[in-house]
Write a protein that binds this ligand. Structure first.
Ligand code: ATR
Length: 281
């Protein structure tokens, strides 16, 4: 490895990852010479790659689907963000060995607060989905002390399990679990609806009652062509909608600060990516 500090994003698929563009932009703000690669891996090549990367002097890794659990498992120690989520999107070599962080949830909260002017504290929040993405954002959302949090999932038991664990850690917040079909009865109850399902990746119909999002701020963790929930919510009468591009940039800024100690400006690269994804979409 010869060209500056080495970074990479690991995933499958990974060829469309925007992380290299984002981090090159951040690095330019501080005059850093970095190389940031996309690395396609398989389940059995993930951990050997991570170990080899850091042994060769690599500085930091981002991890995307489907390796966030494996990334957490291969670390020697865990920041509270990775520990709570049981999944990591950021790895770095430290004096204590490979460390794991999860900046997804804090990135979402930063985007909500600073780009969209939405304070989650004291609000009634609904999260759709109870998979890995929900697990990643749950701790930081609850740390904002919302008035209530509802988790709705196609498979009710998964929402119930997440809600039970979260309630134990955050007794002050009223946390409930629903199946998607039960949402019919909860229309108009929420200040914020977050889509944390992977339904945007598939082509199926969105099986939600429009009343749930009417006159409500809706946030889709997906972005670009996959932000199907955001487009559906706009048509269904949401008061405003946001896709996950801002969260993507904010989680990257937090990773960058973990690796290099500098907190980059995010607005310019965010605008750049908005234009780019509009052209692509
Ligand atoms: P991720 O890591 O992206 O969260 P995951 O752990 O596989 O991926 O979770 C995907 C989530 O999207 C789940 O909550 C899933 O619902 P189930 O638990 O019932 O499977 C949800 N999901 C995926 N496709 C969906 C669809 N078409 N409609 C509603 N929910 C969907």
């Amino acid at each position: 490895m010869s060209e500056g500090k080495q970074f990479a994003v690991l995933g499958s698929p990974v060829e469309h990852s925007l992380s290299p563009v984002i981090h090159q932009h951040f690095a330019a703000q501080f005059g850093y010479d970095i190389t940031y690669a996309r690395q396609l891996l398989q389940r059995d090549t993930f951990e050997p790659f991570v170990r080899k990367f850091f042994a060769a002097g690599g500085v930091g890794l981002n991890v995307t689907l489907p390796f966030k659990l494996q990334a957490n498992e291969c670390a020697r120690w865990h920041d509270v963000s990775a520990h709570q989520a049981a999944a990591a999107n950021t790895l770095a070599m430290t004096d204590q060995g490979i460390g794991a962080w999860n900046t997804d949830g804090a990135g979402l909260v930063n985007d909500l607060r600073h780009r969209h002017g939405f304070e989650p504290g004291g609000k009634k929040i609904l999260i759709l989905g109870a998979g890995g993405a929900t697990q990643g954002i749950l701790g930081p959302i609850l740390a904002c002390r919302p008035a209530s949090l509802a988790l709705a999932n196609r498979t009710l038991t998964k929402a119930q399990n997440l809600a039970r664990n979260a309630q134990h850690l955050h007794p002050q917040c009223h946390i409930s679990a629903f199946s998607l079909t039960e949402l019919n009865e909860r229309s108009g109850d929420f200040d914020l609806v977050i889509n944390s399902t992977s339904l945007g990746l598939h082509d199926g119909r969105i099986m939600l009652p429009a009343e749930v999002v009417r006159n409500t701020f809706c946030y889709d963790l997906s972005y670009g062509a996959s932000a199907r929930f955001a487009r559906w919510a706009r048509d269904a009468g949401a008061s405003s909608v946001a896709d996950g591009l801002g969260m993507l940039v904010e989680q990257a800024a937090l990773s960058f600060a973990i690796w290099l100690g500098d907190k980059p400006q995010t607005q310019q690269v965010y605008q750049l990516l908005v234009e780019r994804t509009q052209h692509d979409g």
